[in-house]
Design a protein around this ligand. Structure first.
Ligand SMILES: [Zn+2]
Ligand SMILES: [Zn+2]
Length: 245
């Protein structure tokens, strides 16, 4: 094997890093700055302002500023509709710095995000807040799809109850977020996005992992209409309890 960065030979028994059909030797791997999205130590790394490093393999292939958002969103409208969620005709997308997006969602003093996986442990890369859908500056398409579903649903629910977003710790907020999160989880199953599915399983603030498994079993035998009825009934009971003036 030849190292992609230094062109030295990597002996068979030596450590190597492998992605994008390239191999990188241990010294190069340890020295290099790595891509925020894919972790690869590229040869032409560039810093994206408000995000982090980006490699030559990810560059240009991600959901990023300048992309035609409507093409991305149209299939999500038809996915969300049978679940009772309406996507606005022209959602307001706002490209937002990583740090700002994080502080919108958590005030916790967290370790810095080295890679997108670290970010996803605490935050959504798409986040609805006060009429806008905030977006991390670079995402893979599966990441965007999974989390856009979650937040388009969250935006619709927030609008219905005149809330700025779904942040909050009441049972209404937790159940509402759980429902939206589950929809994202569901879309990853339908599209075979295994990585995103694993990431959505680990959402730490949701506190509803047990429910997830129950909902997953339910959705195998129930049509979307039945699932909607179940979520709606539970949510409206919580509205009375938790959102009463
Ligand atoms: Zn090397
Ligand atoms: Zn990359």
């Amino acid at each position: 094997m030849i190292c992609y960065r230094c062109r030295d030979t990597i002996a068979e028994e030596d450590f190597f890093y492998n992605d994008h059909e390239k191999f990188v030797c241990k010294p190069c791997f340890e020295d290099a700055r790595r891509c925020f999205i894919c972790r690869f130590p590229g040869n032409q790394m560039e810093e994206v302002e408000g995000l982090g490093m980006e490699c030559e393999f990810c560059r240009g292939k991600l959901v990023m500023e300048g992309i035609d958002m409507e093409t991305m969103v149209a299939p999500l409208r038809s996915f969300l509709l049978p679940f009772g969620f309406k996507v606005p005709d022209r959602p307001r997308w706002v490209w937002t710095d990583r740090q700002e997006l994080r502080s919108m969602q958590t005030g916790a003093d967290l370790p810095p995000d080295e890679f997108i996986d670290d970010f996803l442990r605490y935050c959504y890369p798409v986040y609805y807040h006060e009429g806008a859908y905030h977006l991390l500056r670079r995402m893979t398409k599966p990441t965007f799809i999974a989390y856009a579903v979650v937040q388009l649903a969250a935006g619709d629910l927030s609008g219905r109850y005149a809330l700025p977003d779904l942040a909050g710790i009441s049972p209404f907020h937790i159940f509402g977020r759980g429902w939206c999160h589950w929809l994202g989880y569901e879309v990853t199953r339908l599209l075979g996005y295994d990585l995103e599915r694993r990431q959505l399983r680990k959402w730490p603030q949701l506190g509803a992992q047990g429910d997830f498994e129950r909902w997953e079993r339910m959705s195998r035998v129930n049509k979307p209409g039945k699932m909607v009825a179940y979520f709606k009934a539970n949510l409206s009971a919580l509205v009375k309890k938790n959102l009463a003036p």
